[in-house]
Ligand binder design. Structure first.
Ligand SMILES: Cc1cc2nc3c(=O)[nH]c(=O)nc-3n(C[C@H](O)[C@H](O)[C@H](O)COP(=O)(O)OP(=O)(O)OC[C@H]3O[C@@H](n4cnc5c(N)ncnc54)[C@H](O)[C@@H]3O)c2cc1C
Length: 460
């Protein structure tokens, strides 16, 4: 009756997983993609970002090596080499996605897809009918409407700059802004990070936010809060950013990382009755079903938790629900995450503020210390770790860390949290010595109560 059992709009993290799993369950599947296979994460998100973070970190490593007896010779960094190698790796990944989809029997349709009715998708002049449709069109960076905004770049362009800018202004307070401030600084640029709020990384634990601000400031990044750019202009080769306090900053590159909007415009959603919310995100239930029974939506386009592993889980669950006779929903509780700042953050569970609101009485355990490596490297960097415990049940409800390998460490801790581990079970776990992570099983002293929230931006 239909051309396909399942038609997916967008071959990003969520769409690819849903298409591949659905095909594996025996469905006839097509996926339309108008830009790049693998979506944001592979092309202009997690993957190239992490490669740039590795590149930036070498400058710290070269400096740290001296205390261990190394003499590091002349250092030169070549941005075009990094970008060319990054591009080659992403091309390789695009190829893997193509063969993975085709190998699973999924038809890839090149072009921009639009719904024309609840069972029909138009791509160019072609029409495809499908019993079920999945909207997985992701999100797009938003740059505020200021005079000169066309002079700024977003995370879409930053990965393709011809040269490393010498002076960079990064605007925004989310994880992408913080990460790029660290990347540019590590690669040798002079960096100002500008955020309009009191403290960046809203949604992360307050202690962690303040600690990172302190560390970034110590490294020499000009971290500024309560400030915005009113206008941008060009003077010869130089960009001039006029701030709301009248100050003018000169830069070679202004990068806006001020949020992303769901990709829902112009794809026929309203016309077929798919509801969206005030932010333009597709409204879905726990099963990712939209207001139209046979149309589902997953990933950033639904603006739930905008992370790749979450989009993948949601896509997988939809495929299982529709084609494996097993109604499935993605679990959005205790999703761990990392910020690949320098030093990085790893986080799982509730922040202290959320835990106090949810549980009332909580105990916190905190530790701030110089990691062993830096006793010889001489680097003035402190690791910070924090446990948040529900006093009534003894359950650990939040774990936060800032320091080397925080993402790697928190991934393991997240399993314990998911299993409902208590502080007593953390205490009963033997540490691995000498590591930073062992601190999580040796913290015994409760932090004074209530712990101060919202420190000044000073080194901890
Ligand atoms: C700079 C940056 C760094 C990030 N770092 C991380 C990280 O470290 N860890 C992490 O977990 N997440 C990270 N993310 C977020 C992550 O990339 C997204 O959460 C994830 O890609 C969402 O997947 P998705 O399937 O919803 O959408 P996307 O991956 O964006 O895929 C949507 C796809 O749909 C296509 N499309 C859109 N409209 C149409 C249409 N009408 N027709 C056909 N195709 C269409 C797009 O071209 C795109 O390929 C980062 C994002 C950015 C921007």
């Amino acid at each position: 009756m239909y051309d396909y059992d399942f038609f997916v709009l967008g071959a990003g993290s969520g769409g690819v997983r849903a298409a591949r799993i659905a095909a594996g369950h025996g469905a006839r599947v097509a996926v339309a993609e108008d830009r790049y296979l693998g979506g944001t994460c592979v092309n202009v998100g997690c993957v190239p970002k992490k490669l740039l973070v590795y590149a930036a970190h070498f400058s710290h490593d070269f400096e740290d090596a001296a205390g261990f007896g190394w003499t590091v010779g002349e250092r030169r960094f070549d941005w075009p080499t990094l970008i060319a190698n990054k591009n080659a790796e992403i091309l390789r990944l695009n190829g893997i996605y193509k063969s993975m989809l085709e190998g699973a029997g999924v038809r890839i349709v090149d072009g921009t897809a639009r719904l024309t009715d609840a069972h029909t998708v138009a791509v160019g002049n072609n029409r495809y009918t499908a019993e079920h449709i999945l909207v997985a069109t992701g999100g797009w960076p938003v740059v505020p409407d200021i005079p000169g905004k066309e002079l700024a770049i977003s995370s879409n362009e930053v990965f393709f700059l011809d040269q490393l800018p010498k002076r960079v202004i990064v605007v925004g307070g989310g994880y992408i802004a913080v990460e790029f401030a660290g990347i540019f600084h590590g690669l040798g640029a002079e960096v100002t990070q500008l955020y309009r709020g009191e403290m960046f990384l809203r949604g992360f634990d307050d202690d962690v936010r303040a600690h990172l601000a302190g560390e970034m400031t110590k490294q020499g990044i000009d971290v500024r809060f309560n400030g915005t750019i009113q206008s941008l202009s060009r003077q010869g080769e130089t960009l001039q950013a006029t701030l709301d306090n009248g100050e003018v900053l000169n830069a070679d590159c202004v990068m806006y990382a001020t949020g992303r909007a769901p990709n829902t415009a112009g794809i026929g959603l309203a016309e077929v009755g798919v509801e969206t919310n005030a932010k333009g995100a597709v409204t879905v239930d726990e099963y990712s079903q939209t207001s139209v029974e046979n149309i589902y939506a997953v990933g950033d386009v639904t603006d739930r938790i905008n992370l790749t592993p979450v989009a993948i889980r949601e896509g997988h669950a939809v495929a299982d629900t529709l084609f494996n006779n097993s109604p499935s929903k993605a679990d959005h509780r205790d999703v761990p995450s990392a910020v690949f700042s320098q030093p990085p953050i790893g986080s799982v569970g509730l922040t202290e503020a959320e835990a106090r609101e949810q549980y009332g009485d909580v105990d916190t355990y905190k530790s701030s210390f110089r990691a062993m490596k830096h006793t010889l490297s001489g680097r003035d960097e402190k690791t910070f770790m924090k446990l948040i415990v529900d006093r009534a049940s003894g359950r650990v409800v939040g774990v936060h860390m800032i320091g080397s390998d925080a993402g790697e460490i928190i991934q393991g801790i997240a399993i314990a949290l998911k299993c409902g581990a208590t502080k007593a079970q953390f205490d009963a776990t033997v540490g691995i010595h000498p590591t930073t992570a062992e601190e999580f099983v040796t913290m015994r002293e409760k932090a004074p109560e209530p712990t101060p929230v919202g420190h000044d931006c000073v080194p901890v």
